[in-house]
Design a protein around this ligand. Structure first.
Ligand code: NAD
Ligand code: IPM
Ligand code: MN
Length: 353
């Protein structure tokens, strides 16, 4: 039977709650669709850092390279600086494995009262841009103290992310929005605009470059006018949480860190973080993690299983089973149990035919 090897890094905070939830759902659809997933659990993250002085073993990336995909919960611990935790695990994986596309679909979840209709695909550049290692802090503790950060945009980097976004756009409405800030004294953004337009023209896709500040407002005021949005690393990061909030909660948005060339594994994770304020309380919404798992199945070639899983998750929400962030009263486990019960029912329906 088909077999997929997936490295699991549950990580910190609610990662420890939403990851087992998503894995249980994947195991259920795997049984039904006749494939196997070998989970290679990695106890990497902040506890690993406290015990060994590093977020992952020295050969961590080599270990991951041998798998078919990576599933991550979250990293971030109130007791350790974020630059240590993030640059010790998540960012190196994205970069070493050339996961230059960060694909973040956001749709209004059913059953969320008061949420606005939104259905966007954020295509976030994931390995360059504002997230650069060039810069530093100088004159610490002196009155002249300062910090410098350089952003790096390459023609190759802008071209490939735009090409990816354009191809998705062709499958949808054919219009592409590009997040920009070319009206300020930012050298990188006029360059971004130029390259985006060149690629969009070549791909036959209509592109609308919208200034990021106005675009943020548009996400709130007219989310229905948005479809595929291509954005630089930082802009895409910010728009993701914004879009998720418009859709109902940041606990719903998934994230696929893709290496489209498939020269290394891709990484799937929720958009949200470790949420230390609710960790360990059973309050975490498992939707983002379950949806991310569905995207992973799709990537692994299990398209049918991916669709059935997402359906079960959405119909569970539609029936009113949801966590507190969505206005419900269910615990993480109760949500998962309901999704599993639905998957089970589909199974029995199938068996009775
Ligand atoms: P966060 O996403 O962890 O939480 C923001 C708010 O949303 C919190 O009030 C939290 O309770 C709520 N929330 C998040 N996910 C939820 C869920 N599934 N269900 C219900 N409520 C949810 O962002 P933050 O508080 O800014 O960051 C906390 C830590 O996580 C930081 O250390 C940060 O660096 C890290 N972080 C990691 C990742 C990642 O691993 N990919 C992503 C974002 C933030
Ligand atoms: C995300 C997160 C990360 C990012 C942080 C934790 C480095 O916010 O995946 O959205 O900015 O990429
Ligand atoms: Mn983010």
């Amino acid at each position: 039977s088909r077999r997929h090897v997936v490295d699991v890094i549950a990580g910190d905070g609610i990662g420890q709650e939403v990851v087992p939830a998503a894995l249980a759902c994947v195991d259920a659809v795997a049984r039904r669709f006749g494939f196997e997933v070998e989970w290679r659990h990695r106890d990497w993250g902040s506890d690993h850092y406290r015990a060994h002085g590093s977020m992952m073993p020295e050969d961590g990336l080599d270990q991951l390279r041998t798998g078919d995909a990576i599933f991550l919960g979250a990293v971030g611990d109130p007791g350790i600086p974020d630059d240590v935790t993030l640059w010790g695990l998540l960012i190196p994986i994205r970069r070493a494995f050339q996961q230059y596309v960060n694909l973040r679909p956001v749709r209004t979840v059913p059953g969320r009262e008061g949420a606005t209709e939104i259905d966007v695909l954020i295509v976030r550049e994931n390995v360059e841009g504002e997230y650069s290692e060039i810069g530093g802090r100088y004159g610490r503790g002196t009155p002249d103290e300062l910090a410098v950060q350089e952003a790096i945009f390459t023609r190759r980097g802008i071209e490939r992310i735009t090409r990816y976004a354009a191809s998705l756009s062709k499958e949808r409405t054919g219009t592409l929005i590009s997040a920009t800030k070319s009206n300020g004294i930012i050298h990188t953004m006029p360059f971004w605009d130029e390259v985006v337009r060149e690629v969009a023209d070549a791909e036959g896709v209509e592109v609308d470059s919208v200034l990021i500040d106005a675009l943020a407002a548009r996400f709130v005021l007219a989310p229905g006018s948005l479809d595929v949005v291509v954005a630089s690393n930082l802009f895409g990061d910010i728009l993701s949480d914004l879009a998720a909030a418009v859709a109902g909660s940041i606990g719903i948005a998934p994230s696929a860190n893709l290496n489209p060339d498939r020269s290394a594994p891709s990484l799937f994770e929720p958009v949200h973080g470790s949420a230390p304020d609710i960790a360990g309380k059973g309050l975490a919404n498992p939707t983002a993690a379950i949806w991310a798992a569905s995207m992973m199945l799709d990537h692994l070639g299990e398209e049918e299983a991916a669709a059935v899983l997402l359906d079960a998750c959405f119909s569970s929400l539609a029936s009113g089973v949801s966590t507190r962030d969505l206005g419900g009263t269910a615990s993480t486990q109760e949500c998962v149990d309901d999704v599993l019960r639905r998957l089970d029912e589909v199974d029995q329906g199938q068996g009775a035919q």
